[in-house]
Design a protein around this ligand. Structure first.
Ligand code: UD1
Ligand code: CA
Length: 475
């Protein structure tokens, strides 16, 4: 029987199985690093697990490309166990035994099933405790159960489970079972590890299946029960690219629903691609076909136009992003306006009420409060003050083929259209740059810089040319 209840609270560990290669994905990348909702499968499972127990009690079991997997999720603070040879899900737990023996309960999650929520992990744990079971299995009824292990209950409608049978080992009658094994379990730690050596690889794949613990513990007269997930989508595992696409879709739609519940308007939500960690304030409107990725944060009362792709940006309240902007790793402050078709490369800061217009590209540049760069312009490595007007077609030449140089434009400067600004350069406060000037030297404050060839007008020249051509033809 399971250990009698003690006064001190049970010590609970969560083990996440993440050592497999993911052969069915046909990929050079390890399976658990494939992304859904904009981050690796394993990162989602870790995020749910660490909401239930502290990261120091979460153990990721890694093997295939272990170093890459470890690096990708190291910041979460979880511990790692190396399963250098992957001989099955049961073998993964055998390898983790030294790390897990001091725990009363061991919850097992699979690293390729990322829709799991902390609430469901808690439901599994509470059910397990309430039934004083040796093993509790989370299950779901799926319309199409193909590929999953099936649950054989001792009696229909009862909690007790006889066995889990893998897809390839199903008899024709068992193929009709729609209740599947999610791959999440709660175990009595002592019972798991005192019986785990009974696992055998006598099955279709020649692997040590953790699922066989149901039969082993049952034969040892220990209680094995199942509890169903409230939302069957939560259990979906991603073994193939098609399954990953389906999980991704579920995750993104759920994200849109959560944002809408928090007061965001999303037009045609099924066309928008919004990553899990994105935050958006109330009364912001997101138009169709928008991508909000990574750690992007958008304030309230903003509007994001169709076909904009925004990656890791900080966007303030009441910002207008018009159609077709690509914005990366940048900050846009309150009431600024972007686009249509603006491009911010990493490291830009667009200050309050500034305007960046169509076909304008900025890189590592700061555009001060109320300044405007409205048309066809490139500003790289620039520091631009307040209320500056950057005319159409202005280009900073920040790169001389060897090094990058800075352009500093102080407050209130007027840069005429088609100006070429050759860095390093400082244009002093309130100065004027005449249109089509190539600026090669610093411009003092309040002065005019004029650098273009003087215009020559030859009166009648065009008419004479036309007449000459006409006379030639008549010959
Ligand atoms: C498994 C279950 C199946 C369940 C399904 C739910 C077994 C035997 N089968 O099948 O009943 O319906 O998940 O999604 O458990 N892993 C390791 N080390 C190994 C082998 C696998 O860490 O040696 C990891 C994998 O990286 C993966 C997880 O365990 O994250 C599950 O393995 P996978 O091969 O995907 O099992 P399924 O065939 O999906
Ligand atoms: Ca799987």
């Amino acid at each position: 029987m399971p250990k009698p209840k003690q006064d001190s609270p049970a010590r609970v560990a969560i083990a996440i199985l993440a050592a497999g290669k993911g052969t069915r994905l046909k990929s050079k990348h390890p399976k658990v690093l494939h992304e859904v909702g904009g981050k690796p499968l394993l990162a989602h499972v870790i995020a749910a697990a660490t909401k239930v127990v502290p990261p120091s009690d979460v153990y990721a079991i890694i093997g295939h490309e272990a170093d890459r997997v470890r690096t990708a999720v190291a910041a979460s603070g979880v511990k790692f166990v190396l399963q250098s040879e992957q001989r099955g899900t049961g073998h993964a737990l055998m390898v983790a035994r030294p790390a897990l023996t001091s725990y009363d309960e061991v919850i097992v999650l699979y690293g390729d099933a990322p829709l799991i929520t902390p609430q469901t992990i808690e439901k599994l744990r509470d059910f397990h405790t309430s039934r004083t079971a040796a093993m509790t299995i989370l299950t779901a009824e799926l319309k199409n159960p193909t590929g999953y292990g099936r649950i054989l209950r001792k009696k229909a409608g009862r909690d007790d489970v006889k066995a889990i049978v893998e897809q390839k080992d199903l008899s024709p009658a068992q193929q009709k079972i729609h209740e599947i094994n999610a791959g999440y379990y709660a175990f009595d730690g002592r019972l798991l590890f005192s019986h785990i050596d009974k696992l055998s690889s006598n099955n279709h794949h020649g692997e040590l299946y953790l699922t066989d613990m149901a039969t082993i513990l049952g034969k040892a007269k220990q209680r094995v029960v199942a509890v169903q997930a409230s939302n069957p989508h939560e259990v979906l595992g991603g073994n193939t690219r098609a399954e990953l696409a389906e999980i991704d879709q579920h995750m993104r739609l759920a994200k849109c629903q959560q944002l809408m519940a928090d007061g965001v308007t999303i037009l045609y939500p099924h066309t928008c691609v919004i990553d899990s960690d994105v935050e958006v304030g109330p009364d912001t409107v997101i138009e169709p076909f928008v991508q909000l990725r990574g750690t992007t944060r958008i304030g309230s009362d903003a509007r994001i136009g169709s076909y904009s792709v925004i990656i890791n940006c900080e966007i303030g309240d009441q910002v207008l992003v018009q159609t077709g902007c690509v914005l990366e790793h940048s900050t846009i402050k309150e009431r600024a306006s972007m686009g249509p078709y603006s491009h911010l490369r990493p490291g830009c800061e667009i200050c309050e009420e500034a305007h960046v217009g169509n076909f304008v590209e900025l890189k590592k540049s700061r555009l001060g409060k109320g300044s405007k760069a409205n048309h066809l312009t490139y500003l790289g490595d620039s520091e631009i003050g307040e209320k500056v007007n950057v005319g159409a077609g202005t280009i900073t030449c920040n790169y001389d083929g060897v090094s990058k140089h800075k352009t500093i434009i102080e407050d209130g400067v007027f840069v005429g259209s088609d100006s070429i600004l050759i860095a390093p350069l400082r244009i002093g406060k309130g100065a004027y740059i005449a249109a089509a000037t190539t600026v090669t030297e610093d411009v003092p404050p309040d002065s005019l810089a004029l650098g273009r060839a003087r215009q020559v007008v030859k009166e009648g020249w065009a008419r004479e040319k036309r007449e000459k051509a006409k006379a030639q033809k008549a010959k």
